[in-house]
Design a protein around this ligand. Structure first.
Ligand SMILES: CC(C)(COP(=O)(O)OP(=O)(O)OC[C@H]1O[C@@H](n2cnc3c(N)ncnc32)[C@H](O)[C@@H]1OP(=O)(O)O)[C@@H](O)C(=O)NCCC(=O)NCCS
Length: 151
C-alpha cells in the first residue's frame, strides 16, 4: 500500500475536509476527547498555511488518508505543526510516511532537525520515527513533548 500512496500539497478548498480528518483523529486520543469537543477552535488549519503550500495530504486512489503541516520557526528550523491519520487506516505506515516526507522538505529547506511538540499519546510513534525527546512544555491542553529528529 505504501508505494501507492501519493503525498501532495493540499489546496485551499480542502480546509474543511482536512479539519474533519483532524477532528476524527483527535477524538481517538483517550482523555483528549472532552477538551477537543469543548474547544472546536483548536481544530483549525490556517488558510495562510494552506496558501503557502505547507500542508501535505496523503492520498490513496483519491481518498485522503491523513495530512501533515510544517511551519518555519524563528530560529530557522522547521516544526512539524500537524500530523493526523484517519482512525480507520492507522498502523499501516501512513504517519511514518508523512514524517519522512516532512523531514525531507525540512532538510531541503536547510533545517538540521524536524521539531515537534508531540501529544503524549503519540510518544511511541515519534520515537519509532527517530525523534528524541528534549523536554516538555505546557500547552493549552496539557503537557506537550518537545521532540526533535536530526536530519
Ligand atoms: C500518531 C499518528 C499520526 C500515527 O499514525 P499511523 O499512521 O497510525 O502511524 P504508523 O502506522 O506510521 O506507525 C509507525 C510506528 O509508530 C509506532 N506507533 C504508531 N502508533 C502507535 C500506537 N498507538 N502505540 C504504540 N506505537 C505506535 C509503531 O512502532 C508503528 O510501527 P508498527 O505499526 O510497525 O509497530 C496517528 O495515530 C494519529 O493520527 N493519532 C491521533 C492524532 C495525533 O495524536 N497526532 C499527533 C499530534 S502531535
Amino acid at each position: 500500500m505504501r508505494s501507492k500512496i501519493i503525498i501532495r500539497a493540499a489546496v485551499m478548498a480542502e480546509q474543511q475536509a482536512l479539519e474533519a480528518v483532524q477532528l476524527r483523529a483527535s477524538l481517538t486520543n483517550d482523555g483528549d476527547r472532552e477538551a477537543v469537543l469543548a474547544n472546536p477552535d483548536a481544530i483549525r488549519i490556517p488558510l495562510e498555511q494552506l496558501a503557502a503550500g505547507r500542508v501535505f495530504v496523503a492520498e490513496l486512489n483519491g481518498e485522503t488518508l491523513g495530512f501533515s503541516a510544517i511551519e518555519p520557526r524563528v530560529d530557522g528550523q522547521i516544526e512539524l505543526d500537524a500530523l493526523f491519520v484517519e482512525p480507520k487506516i492507522r498502523r499501516q505506515g501512513v504517519g511514518r510516511l508523512m514524517v519522512e516526507y516532512c523531514a525531507e522538505v525540512a532538510r531541503k529547506q536547510g533545517s538540521t532537525a524536524l521539531h515537534v511538540i508531540g501529544n503524549p499519546h503519540a510518544e511511541n510513534f515519534y520515537l519509532s520515527c527517530g525523534f528524541e525527546q528534549t523536554g516538555t512544555i505546557q500547552t493549552r491542553f496539557g503537557v506537550g513533548l518537545q521532540m526533535r529528529k536530526a536530519l
